[in-house]
Structure formats: structure tokens, C-alpha cells
Design a protein around this ligand. Structure first.
Ligand SMILES: Nc1ncnc2c1ncn2[C@@H]1O[C@H](COP(=O)(O)OP(=O)(O)OP(=O)(O)O)[C@@H](O)[C@H]1O
Length: 292
């Protein structure tokens, strides 16, 4: 059972966080429900900082944050959250000489599974969930990138968390591994809130019910993928050549150019995609800054 306030597993309002002179979160407000939410944003937008903050690894300078009904500003709140949150950091360090079982068992010890039999049962459960029962005895250094990512997810799943936070989990996977990994994440989102940061629009299309766009430490969009596509309605057109004045233009596989921005009067409008909506938001933001 998820602990939530008003249906939200996470609710944040006006979160700010600075690293010295750098403002990484500049007033983030969001609500996270059950299901898979994709977190998109350009490099340096603050995605990792936000995920670490939700996992209680960083303390915001100001703003309100409730995670699974607890306040991370108090020691008891942080402990309660850590017990119910699974966090997969970017480039999570897996010890190469451990076997799969040994590594996940070690994580279970850190997560306070003191009774050996209960702990081993939990390790077997999470390895079965990620489809690694038959790889338990293998050393981590012998595994493919996709299988290592499964071990990392197994680690995050110890204790059956109500909130799963995954920082760029599909990076470095080949297309087939990525597909299988998305299926796994989609399954995990059926009973809990999952927040996944990614640079892959396809991840959002294939597995997310909700999407957040972060840019310069602020949430620029919060909604469903189809609503993100709709942001670009009437702002996408195609032509046989480059067009001056578009916010972004690129040549597509058909040989035609696709543009986003303010279309000319005779433009051939196209159906907007989620990627168009995302690019339009990000380009508008950076253009707005350039014009100031
Ligand atoms: N430990 C740190 N000390 C100082 N500045 C930092 C630190 N960590 C991040 N930053 C800065 O904070 C901002 C947000 O960084 P963050 O890593 O959260 O972005 P991101 O969206 O995850 O980026 P990426 O997609 O490249 O991983 C950036 O300007 C970054 O340079």
C-alpha cells in the first residue's frame, strides 16, 4: 500500500536548492501519483538534483516537500522515507567481484533486513521480479550492460518500496535491452509511483503515464504525454527546404525538413509529436533568454 497525501506519493512546492552560486532547483512544484512519470530536461536542468532531493540525499534550501506522507526535513521523516523509497542513482556502482546474489544481499543488510532467512527470501524475490533468478551465482563483472541494470533495479526494489526513483536507467543499453527494460519498469509502475529521468523521448512514449519537463531548475510542463505533444499544436510544419525564423529545424528520414516555431502563412502543418512539444518548450525558454 502506497502512503500518500491527497493521492500524491510526492508533493513539492517552491523547492529551491543551490550549490554555492549555482541554483539547481529554482522553485520546483510538482505532484507525483502512482504509475510511471518521465522526467525530461536538457543537461544541467536539475534532474539529478531533484531525484536526489526526493530520495533525501540532498536537503532543499527552501520550499515544502512531502514524500510518502513524511517530511524529509526531520530525522524521523528521512528515516521513514528511506525505508520506503528505492533509488537507482546514475552510474550506480556495482561491485564487480560480487556475485549477483551477494551484492543484492549486501544491499538488503544495509536496508535493515537483519534476519538472515527473511533477507535471503527478499533477495530471491527481487531477483525473480527483475528476471535474474538464473543468474544469481554470476559475478557482476561477467554481466552485460542490460543485466547489470537489472541488478541495479533489484537493489532499488529491496523492501518493496512505494516510490521508485530511477536516474537515467536506460543509458548505455542496446535497443533490445532498452525495450525489455522498459517492460520491466512499466510493470513496476503498476502498484507504485515510479519517477524516471531520461533523455530518450521514446522512454516517455512507451512507458510513462505522466511527464515532467524541467528546465533551468523549474518545472515547465506537467501532464500526460499527449498533452505535451499538444503544446506544439499548430506550431509544427514541414517543407522541402530549411526555413528562416523557425525555433528549430531538422531534416527527417523522408528528406523533408520539419520545423517548430511560428509557421509561415502557407505552411504545411504537421501533427505534433511528444518530441515536438518538448523541443518547443525548451527552445522557447532558451530563445526567451537570448532575447532578454
Ligand atoms: N555537486 C555540485 N556542485 C556544484 N554544482 C553542481 C553539483 N551538482 C550539480 N551541479 C550543477 O547544478 C545544475 C543541475 O545539475 P544536475 O546534475 O542536477 O542536472 P541534470 O539535469 O541531472 O543534468 P544531466 O542531464 O547532465 O545529468 C548544473 O548547473 C550542474 O552543473
Amino acid at each position: 500500500m502506497s502512503t500518500s497525501v491527497g493521492g500524491y506519493s510526492v508533493s513539492a512546492s517552491g523547492l529551491t536548492l543551490r550549490y554555492g552560486p549555482v541554483t539547481a532547483l529554482a522553485g520546483v512544484s510538482l505532484g507525483l501519483r502512482r504509475g510511471v512519470t518521465g522526467l525530461l530536461g536538457p543537461n544541467g536542468a536539475g534532474k539529478t538534483t531533484l531525484l536526489r532531493t526526493l530520495a533525501t540525499g540532498l536537503v532543499p534550501d527552501s520550499g515544502d516537500l512531502t514524500v510518502l506522507g513524511h517530511d524529509p526535513r526531520t530525522a524521523s521523516g528521512r528515516l521513514a522515507i528511506r525505508r520506503r523509497v528505492g533509488y537507482l542513482p546514475q552510474n550506480s556502482g556495482l561491485h564487480p567481484n560480487f556475485t549477483v546474489f551477494e551484492f543484492v544481499d549486501y544491499v538488503a543488510i544495509l536496508k535493515e533486513f537483519d534476519d538472515r532467512r527473511r533477507r535471503h527470501a527478499e533477495v530471491r524475490r527481487v531477483l525473480a521480479t527483475v528476471g535474474l533468478d538464473d543468474q544469481r551465482g554470476k559475478k557482476i563483472k561477467s554481466l552485460s550492460g542490460g543485466t547489470r541494470q537489472r541488478v541495479a533495479v533489484a537493489m532499488a526494489l529491496v523492501g518493496d518500496p512505494d516510490l521508485l526513483i530511477l536516474d537515467e536507467p536506460t543509458v548505455g543499453l542496446d535497443p533490445e535491452q532498452r525495450l525489455r527494460f522498459r517492460e520491466l519498469i512499466a510493470e513496476l509502475g503498476e502498484g507504485r509511483a515510479v519517477l524516471v529521468s531520461t533523455h530518450q523521448i521514446e522512454d516517455v512514449l512507451m512507458l510513462c503515464q505522466h511527464v515532467l519537463v524541467l528546465e533551468r531548475g523549474q518545472v515547465r510542463f506537467e501532464g500526460r504525454p499527449a498533452e505535451l505533444a499538444a503544446v506544439a499544436a499548430g506550431r509544427v510544419w514541414t517543407s522541402t527546404s530549411r526555413t528562416a525564423g523557425a525555433l528549430a529545424s531538422w531534416r527527417t528520414a523522408t528528406g523533408r525538413y520539419r520545423h517548430i516555431g511560428d509557421p509561415p502563412a502557407d505552411a504545411e502543418l504537421a501533427e505534433p509529436s511528444v518530441e515536438d512539444g518538448y523541443l518547443l518548450l525548451v527552445e522557447q525558454m532558451s530563445n526567451g533568454r537570448a532575447e532578454r
